[in-house]
Design a protein around this ligand. Structure first.
Ligand SMILES: *Cc1c(COP(=O)(O)O)cnc(C)c1O
Length: 454
């Protein structure tokens, strides 16, 4: 399988080149040259790691099979269950628990794999790389846990200062390995993301420091996330199956879209947002326009510009790269895009969307707890809210984080704290390591230069 950019200036690169590149050098996002279709019957009932291997093989042809198997095995052995992504049924909704990895959020599923992939590919090529990324909380900790102590890589992670949860901050900043650099920016997540994008577009700087990306624009992350849609589908096996996905950067739900295009018989994807509802407006009204970011109790979804939407637009525009490029440039100027009736119908063939207010989120956590004793985190709650609101019979809701990562919201919703895994309690005694920087591109560039000179 070869890869190309959504903006048309890159094509025929290998999988390894694609994931090492991160953001495409023409400013677009990397997509496979075609989306392979699968024989569903061959995948039914496979254990998680084997399923991952069968799916990855369709997209990766430049890593030998035994090495790929080894990387998969190493990546998913760090999970606390061999199932990796178990499905439970609560209050009529199937819950796909994606929080069994080392940082208790679904991002571990992609980032444990990506960390091993980087180490493997870089060592093999005798290269080293500096990973630069922005996080609203969960990506950062999952990326750091994926890469800490790995050979041939350093990692610089920007997070909005004081705007991530206490546990997210602890997870990121208590890591001792000296290939990890935490940068707290005095601004919002969108500011962090903007700084990272701008640094990547400075090609001279990017080359000089051999920068790579692990945020959800990296194709390998999307790839790793495709697997659990298949896994959950086989666990439930209903006709007319829907997936409800708590969405921020459109990465996780885009993986579901790819799974659907590969032939997984998903009826539709239900896109759940919190009060940051740009994607809800996109799906329901064809209105993709920026409003200010509001802070909610589901901070990993406090996002207005969804960096992965461009991948979906590419398919919405029937793989017309020029049209994608034009639209993204227009979006940069106008801060909004609108979609006509015909396109909106196409969007609505794939998605439906609901938006959960803060009160809806609290009520959903409370109802679920009162009916079943099961505690869901506030991100998952937006997905469960959307699943129930949709009124479809069989919905699998992606549970994207363990409730213990968001104790304040849980306390507020049900009047008690969730049980805390021991790995989290232990972090509270460790010292934190981070650098607080001004909200500017130059301060981050200077920091990187200074750190790597040592
Ligand atoms: C990142 C994250 C999301 C949103 O995922 P996207 O791929 O950005 O849409 C939802 N919930 C949690 C807990 C997350 O960490």
């Amino acid at each position: 399988m070869k890869y190309k950019s959504t903006r048309g200036s890159i094509d025929s690169i290998s999988f390894t080149e694609a994931f090492l590149m991160g953001l495409a050098t023409d400013g677009g996002l990397i997509v496979p040259e075609h989306i392979p279709s699968v024989d569903i019957e061959k995948l039914r009932g496979l254990p998680y790691k084997q399923l991952a291997f069968e799916i990855f093989k369709l997209f990766i042809d430049d890593i030998e099979e035994n090495n790929l198997k080894r990387l998969i095995d190493k990546s998913y052995s760090s999970f606390d269950t061999p199932e990796v992504a178990p499905v439970v049924k609560k209050d009529g909704v199937y819950i796909l628990e994606l929080f069994h990895g080392p940082t208790f959020a679904f991002k571990d599923i992609a980032l444990q794999f990506l960390g091993n992939l980087f180490e493997y590919a870089l060592s093999k090529r005798n290269l080293s790389m500096n990973i630069l990324g922005a996080t609203s909380g969960d990506t950062g900790s999952a990326a750091i846990y994926g890469l800490k102590g790995k050979k041939s890589v350093n990692i610089f992670i920007l997070h909005p200062f004081n705007k991530v949860s206490e546990i997210q901050e602890l997870q990121m900043t208590t890591v001792e390995e000296n290939n990890v650099y935490n940068i707290a920016i005095k601004g919002t997540f969108d500011d962090c993301q903007y700084i990272v994008k701008s640094i990547f577009s400075d090609l001279e700087f990017k080359r000089r420091f051999n920068l790579g990306a692990v945020n959800s624009i990296n194709w390998a992350r999307i790839l790793a996330q495709i697997v659990y849609y298949f896994y959950a589908y086989f666990k439930v096996e209903a006709d007319d199956l829907y997936f409800s996905v708590p969405t921020g950067n459109f990465g996780d739900i885009f993986a579901g879209y790819v799974a659907k295009r590969m032939g997984l018989p998903i009826k539709k994807l239900i896109l759940a947002t919190n009060s940051n509802d740009i994607l809800y407006r996109f799906v329901n009204f064809g209105d993709y326009s920026i409003k200010g970011v509001v802070q909610t109790m589901s901070p990993s979804m406090d996002i207005q510009v969804s960096s992965n939407l461009e991948r979906y637009l590419y398919y919405l525009f029937d793989e017309d790269a020029a049209k994608v490029k034009g639209s993204m440039e227009m979006f940069l100027r106008q801060k909004s895009l609108s979609f006509d009736k015909e396109l909106l119908e196409k969007i609505r063939d794939d998605f439906e969307s609901y938006t959960a207010s803060e009160q809806d989120t609290l009520d959903t956590i409370k109802d679920m707890y009162e009916k079943t004793g099961y505690i869901i985190d506030p991100h998952t709650a937006t997905g469960v809210y959307a699943a129930l609101k949709s009124n479809h019979k069989d919905v699998i809701c992606l549970s994207t984080a363990h409730p213990a990562k968001f104790p304040k919201a849980i306390q507020k919703a049900i009047g008690r704290l969730p049980e805390e895994p021991e790995t989290i309690s232990k972090l509270k005694h460790k010292s934190k390591k981070m650098s607080v920087l001004d909200n500017s591109i130059s301060s981050v560039k200077e920091f990187i230069e200074k750190s790597l000179k040592k």
